[in-house]
Design a protein around this ligand. Structure first.
Ligand code: BV8
Length: 245
């Protein structure tokens, strides 16, 4: 069913020159990737992701955590970007200044053709030494997790709970939030910090904040526009309305 997109929103988007977007797991849901807060399936059904996605969880059970990521990596390799990812790649072409900040680690924005992607939480396709932090492109698969030549376990190059975000990515995201005229928050429950702070920074810097999410979130009451629908449905509609604005 069509979501009503207010004409005022279309006019503001058409007039804007600087746009920032924050996406979360919800934009990959229509590609078949379960969102972070959906009940985990299979072996991990009885684990809390916030337990597994932590340095402590990895130290406690490196094999379980390594294999959870290996299962997610395999699932991601088997899916395609969806119309929501494609619409954002097309939207980027309309603006002089467009920054796409994602909390996702699945590369689906890049595979859909988005260019200015800022990955706040790393990327599941990359593996690094858990001691030296260096990225490792090849590694033996005789152990789970495999080991770095230095002897330490290898781990996914993602940001776990309790870990700092990459400073350059966070700085780029904060600058985009503070200088944009339009900030779109798409497919995120707005619960994980510091990412969840970005739309509030945009708001206090005077930007128009738009949320696209089938559910209400902690951000909904702050947003100027809240479009209650799926990203893969709303974003193509929004792009279509913009084309004739
Ligand atoms: C940090 C990578 C400084 C790994 C992720 C106590 C101690 C330590 C830290 C904290 C603490 N209290 C708070 C914190 C900060 C903590 C935090 O925010 N915790 C929360 C839970 C309260 N943050 C951190 O630890 C961050 N680091 O702060 O460092 C520091 C250091 C030490 C001590 C203090 C501070 C690091 C956070 C990064 C964690 N890593 N991912 C991995 O993926 O395995 S976060 C993880 O959650 C994913 O990246 C995910 O994207 C992200 C956020 O979730 P969402 O993307 O929003 O996904 P979610 O499932 O929640 O929601 C999906 C939404 O989509 C829903 O709203 C749904 O309605 C919607 N949806 C569904 N379908 C659709 C849709 N929308 C549109 N279309 C659809 N079709």
């Amino acid at each position: 069913m069509d979501v009503v997109i207010p004409q005022e929103l279309i006019e503001r988007l058409a007039a804007a020159r600087r746009v920032a977007v924050l996406t979360g797991a919800g934009i990959s849901a229509e590609s078949g990737i379960p969102t972070f807060r959906d009940a985990l399936t299979g072996l991990w059904a009885h684990y809390d992701p916030q337990e597994l996605a932590t340095p402590e969880g990895f130290a406690r059970n490196p094999k379980l955590v390594w294999e959870w990521y290996a299962e997610r990596r395999a699932r991601i390799a088997g899916v395609q970007p969806n119309p929501g990812h494609a619409a954002l790649a097309a939207l980027e072409k309309r603006y002089e200044h467009f920054t796409l900040v994602t909390q996702n680690i699945d590369s689906l924005h890049q595979r859909a053709g988005s260019r200015a992607v800022v990955e706040l939480h790393g990327n599941i396709a990359r593996v690094k030494c858990s001691r030296e932090e260096t990225i490792v492109s090849e590694y033996p698969d005789d152990e789970s997790p495999p080991r770095c030549p230095c002897g330490a376990w290898l781990r996914p190059d993602v940001v776990w709970f309790g870990e700092m975000l990459p400073a350059d990515a966070l700085a780029r995201a904060e600058t985009a939030a503070e200088h944009c005229e339009m900030f779109l928050s798409i497919g995120t429950s707005a619960q994980v910090y510091p990412a969840a702070e970005l739309p509030l920074r945009a708001l206090s810097a005077g930007a128009t904040v738009v949320e696209i999410n089938p559910e209400r979130t902690a951000l909904t009451r702050h947003a100027h526009f809240s479009l209650p629908g799926a990203a893969g449905v709303v974003l193509p509609q929004l792009l279509q309305r913009l084309a004739s604005a």
